[in-house]
Design a protein around this ligand. Structure first.
Ligand code: ZN
Length: 311
């Protein structure tokens, strides 16, 4: 057993306008960090293009058709103030979904213990019919739904520690009692959702916001008091992670003050839950993280824990 790394060079082809935070260099920085010999044992795999049927697990046909129709032959089309598509965007987005779907398959088949998907565009802001916040499709939600509907699992957990609330994941899974979605995020901050009173149709959502300038100690406290006990009670058969590293103190888009060790800590805690209830099965997928140096260091440290726990 080992750790799989799913990625694809097509994820570079989603080019964003000059100066945009969500840029291809993010992925290049992660790849460079993972070239270190410490990561030689990774089972490196190319992410396939997702089948249309996978997108339709959480999005209506009209959303998929609208994204396809928006892709220009040249130049950019803006879907909102932050979210743009160009010629390579659809293929990149299909690789991103395909990575998560394949990672779920590999973990469920027992080929690997856990997996990390180094992909872009990210997914946790994409709602049923609304692309937003750099996201086109709900990558992690699609993976969770596949685990339920294709493999017949009854309980899947998603932990989202990106600094922004995963409004898209919440929207896509609001009425899904088989999934527990847990999010820590800065509040107030984009996209403005993620109040504790937003609990889903079946008390299947836990939102644990942190005020600006919160540090790793505040994060660990809220995890230990609210989220980890709820995960333990839920007894997930598979654990997915929306791994955004933009709560790092050096990140330019938010004001939380985590450091690399906080991401190591939470990864270990999540793996503990997975070891106890899910046979160690963890699929983690990249969301945000916009300071290249801290993104690369945080991602590498996160993957290192997955490798230690997957060995
Ligand atoms: Zn984010």
């Amino acid at each position: 057993m080992t750790t799989a790394l799913f990625t694809h060079s097509d994820c570079l082809e989603h080019e964003t306008p000059e100066g945009h935070s969500e840029r291809a260099d993010r992925l290049r920085a992660i790849w460079k960090a993972l070239e270190d010999p410490a990561f030689d044992a990774l089972d490196r795999r190319e992410a396939p293009l997702a089948e249309r049927s996978e997108l339709l697990r959480v999005h209506p046909e009209a959303h998929v058709a609208a994204i396809e129709a928006a892709i220009p032959a040249e130049g950019y089309v803006s879907l909102d103030a932050d979210t743009h598509v160009m010629a390579g965007s659809l293929v990149a987005a299909l690789r991103a979904v395909g990575a998560v779907v394949s990672a779920v398959d590999a973990v469920m088949a027992g080929e690997v213990k856990n997996a990390f998907c180094a992909i872009r565009p990210p997914g946790h802001h994409a709602e049923r019919v609304t692309p937003m916040g750099f996201c086109l499709f709900g990558n992690v939600s699609i993976g969770a739904k596949r685990a339920l509907d294709h493999y017949g699992l009854e309980r899947v957990a998603i932990i989202d520690f990106d600094v922004h609330h995963g409004n898209g994941t919440q929207d896509l899974l609001w009425d899904e009692p088989r999934i527990l979605f847990c999010s820590t995020h800065q509040m107030p901050l984009y996209p403005g959702t993620g109040e504790p009173r937003e609990t889903g149709a079946h008390d299947n959502i836990i939102n644990a916001p942190l005020p600006p300038m919160s540090d790793g100690a505040a994060f660990r406290k809220i995890m230990e008091e609210q989220i980890l006990p709820a995960l333990d009670d839920f007894q997930p058969e598979l654990v997915l992670i929306s791994a955004g590293f933009d709560a790092h103190k050096d990140d330019p888009l938010a004001q939380l003050n985590f450091d690399v060790e906080d991401f190591v800590w939470v990864t270990e805690k999540i793996c503990d839950i997975a070891d106890k209830h899910a046979g160690g099965r963890v699929v983690s997928t990249l969301e945000g993280g916009y300071d290249l140096e801290s993104l690369a260091a945080s991602t590498a440290a996160h993957v290192k824990v997955l490798m230690e726990r997957g060995a």
